[in-house]
Design a protein around this ligand. Structure first.
Ligand code: HEM
Length: 210
């Protein structure tokens, strides 16, 4: 068996999958840091300490967070196009993995489920969380306005953390599970949400003592 180095489609597909998951680790890693570590850290700092820590910590963390989100999103759209909307040798259009015998496939429903959650997450990062944080950190917003923006950013960040649980099943199921099963979809959603809920709970005590 050859290495299929000449098969551009397969190699590009693998490279895009790698880039997609690499960037997703950076993005969601920071999301979990914000929600499972930093929330607790901030609660333990007084205002003076916050003034020293946050102008150093937040711009750096938010840089990796938002660019991770953007690259995950772009590589994800490339993957979607390659897998579901392009057939090598035939060109663009719904592929056999997307539509079969006139019906949308289970696999396509799985990825559309994952993608709708992930796109909401990306939207929250770029159009809610980052604009709010940018105004706060640059002191364009102060006082009540800053408090409002902080609440908005925190809500969307929490929403993204919850979405990430079920979303990840939607990313993994298409090529590792295949057909859609309504019960599985429901159980996957529930497991995703419960695990995130438990992580929030755990974050109250995790690592508090050595
Ligand atoms: C932002 C919008 C996103 C889009 C448009 C998107 C799209 C896709 C597509 C089309 C696939 C290929 C599915 C298949 O094999 O049929 C995929 C796979 C995957 N995605 Fe995403 N995705 C997004 C966000 C995310 C996020 C936030 C994560 C994780 C935190 C993620 C993790 C993964 C993983 C782990 C795979 C599976 C790779 C594999 O098993 O080969 N994706 N994604």
């Amino acid at each position: 068996m050859g290495l299929a180095l000449g098969d551009f489609y397969s190699n590009f597909n693998l490279l895009m999958r790698w880039l997609h998951v690499f960037a997703a680790i950076i993005w969601v890693g920071h999301l979990y840091f914000f929600n499972f570590v930093n929330l607790q850290l901030q609660a333990s700092l007084d205002d003076d300490a916050k003034k020293i820590v946050n102008p150093q910590l937040m711009p750096r963390a938010l840089w990796w967070f938002r660019w991770g989100a953007m690259i995950t999103f772009i590589a994800g759209l490339v993957l979607f196009t390659m897998i579901y909307m392009y057939t090598p040798g035939q060109g663009f259009g719904p592929t056999a993995l997307f539509r079969s015998e006139g019906h949308i496939t289970g696999r396509a429903i799985w990825i559309l489920f994952g993608m709708s959650f992930a796109v909401m997450m990306w939207y929250n990062v770029w159009f809610k969380i980052w604009p709010a944080q940018k105004k706060i950190l640059s002191k364009q917003a102060t006082g009540d306005e800053a408090t409002k923006l902080r609440t908005l950013a925190a809500k969307r960040s929490r929403m993204n953390t919850y979405l990430s649980g079920p979303m990840l099943f939607g990313m993994l199921a298409p090529s590792h599970y295949g057909s859609l099963n309504v019960v599985t979809l429901g159980v996957a959603t529930a497991v995703g949400l419960i695990v995130i809920f438990r992580c929030y709970h755990l974050s109250k005590s995790a690592g508090k003592t050595v």
